[in-house]
Design a protein around this ligand. Structure first.
Ligand code: AMP
Length: 439
């Protein structure tokens, strides 16, 4: 099936074909007609399925069919949990809408607000935002959402995990009642269902099989190893395999920094990406990694979420995640679009319970391969796993970094740190978040 039959205009089809897509992915095939019809949608799809084009293409089509009168009001609002995802979604809007007379903007925290205000003032049709910074704009009255026709909640489950529910509700309160709502989520917890119940009207339900969710395309292997020898083993694997592009996951920001420094000392170029890094540093690290200038990107789960780095040949779990679902998200980075990928996990004696949880979730046992010279010492006893900041008593919950002083203060308490994707939070989802607060 080709894109031509989906009801998209020639200008959009041209952009899609220039991007190199020959046929729509399952989520695109199903979502595009629903969105074009103006109906609400609840879609189960995670990063890697092509969901972004699934909502962006029909959204562009609809907006381009009816030009707004007078100065451009925001007609479509896309909310995302993280800055990276917001930036990537807007990039997609620009790419697919390059032949359309529509303007877009992205607003997120951690960067200066004034250029965003200036851009909003000049008028945008499509606004991509993270909830915290959007509320800043609302409280400063630098954005008007009273003419929004379409709302998209992207990675809604992540937004709830990160404690954004109150911020989302505040945004919903200022939107016109009459509008189209699209909700994308990788998982459907009761909390998501509650949100959807209050938000969506007779939604079409679409669920696509998770592309390569721990699937055949990803070769998964466990390398048992002692906790103190993991870095050494990783350097050896990278060196011997001559891997050029490796995404490595650690549980904590501190661990990510330490590991990337160790790799550098071993002569392997590496960069760390996590919530404590400035936006500029994160963007740079990602760009260097994509361009091949940096061989290893070491990331925490939350920082990596939503990054558009696909078809990676190698993903390494330097440490297993505290939450088994994150394993699935992590390995979903490799083997995309029909390419084989390899996901390996360096597992020490402390992590056996985490490994059991993962195997239960993915319903299969993963092969153990001991690398010669790295046989685990059976006399080493398990130690409790450090759960990151909250457990170490570092940054206090609600203490935000890098976002500067909050003007107005109205909503900052409820979201401090959220956009930075890493701090412990109060409110729903906070408890779960705290256990993954190391991101
Ligand atoms: P997403 O799930 O939206 O994050 O998209 C995952 C990746 O798939 C991105 O790198 C897209 O550029 C790519 N992609 C999206 N749609 C298609 C398509 N129809 N054919 C091939 N690749 C696609």
């Amino acid at each position: 099936m080709s894109f031509d039959t989906l009801g998209l205009s020639a200008d959009i089809l041209r952009a899609v074909s220039e991007k190199g897509y020959s046929e729509p992915t399952p989520i695109q095939r199903q979502a595009i007609p629903v969105v074009l019809n103006g109906g609400d949608l609840m879609a189960g799809a995670q990063t890697g399925t092509g969901k972004t084009a699934g909502f962006t293409l029909p959204l562009l089509e609809r907006l381009s069919r009816s030009a707004a009168k007078g100065p451009r009001p925001v007609r479509a609002l896309i909310l995302t949990p993280t800055r990276e995802l917001a930036a990537q979604v807007e990039e997609s809007v620009v790419t697919y809408g390059k032949y359309l007379p529509l303007k877009s903007a992205v607003v997120f925290g951690g960067v200066k607000i004034n250029p965003q205000i200036e851009k909003l003032r000049r008028g945008v049709d499509i606004l991509v935002a993270t909830p915290g910074r959007l509320l800043d704009h609302l409280s400063q009255k630098t954005v008007d959402l009273s003419r929004v026709e379409v709302l998209v909640l992207d990675e809604a489950d992540r937004m709830l995990d990160m404690g954004f529910i109150r911020d989302i509700r505040k945004v919903l309160a200022v939107l016109p009642k009459q509008r189209q709502n699209l909700l994308f989520s990788a998982t459907f917890s009761n909390e998501i269902k509650r949100l959807a119940d209050g938000l969506l009207h007779n939604p079409a339900l679409i669920e696509v099989a998770q592309r390569n969710t721990s699937s055949e395309l990803v070769n998964q292997v466990i390398h048992p190893v002692d906790r103190t020898r993991k870095a050494e083993l990783l350097s050896q694997l990278i060196g011997q395999g001559n891997w050029r592009q490796v995404l490595v996951f650690t549980r904590t920001k501190h661990g990510a920094n330490r590991l990337s420094q160790q790799l550098e000392r071993d002569g392997i170029s590496a960069a760390a990406i996590h919530g404590n890094k400035s936006q500029g540093a994160r963007t740079r690290a990602l760009a260097d990694f994509k361009s091949g200038g940096v061989r290893v990107l070491v990331a925490t789960d939350i920082a990596a979420r939503g990054l558009d780095i696909s078809q990676l040949p190698h993903v390494v779990n330097f440490e297993l995640p505290n939450v088994a679902e994150d394993y699935v998200h992590r390995i979903g980075r490799t083997g995309r679009a029909g390419n084989e990928g390899e996901a390996m996990s360096l597992v020490c004696v402390d992590e056996h319970k985490l490994l059991r949880d993962i195997e239960r979730l993915i319903k299969r046992d993963l092969p153990r391969v001991v690398v010669p010279g790295f046989e685990p010492d059976p006399s080493i006893k398990p130690e409790p796993i450090q759960k990151g900041r909250a457990a170490r008593g570092g940054q206090k919950p609600g203490q935000s970094r890098g976002q500067g002083k909050k003007p107005g203060g109205g909503s900052s308490g409820a979201r401090a740190g959220g956009q930075n994707t890493n701090s412990g939070r109060s409110g729903r989802g906070g408890q779960r978040n705290r256990s993954r607060a190391a991101g």
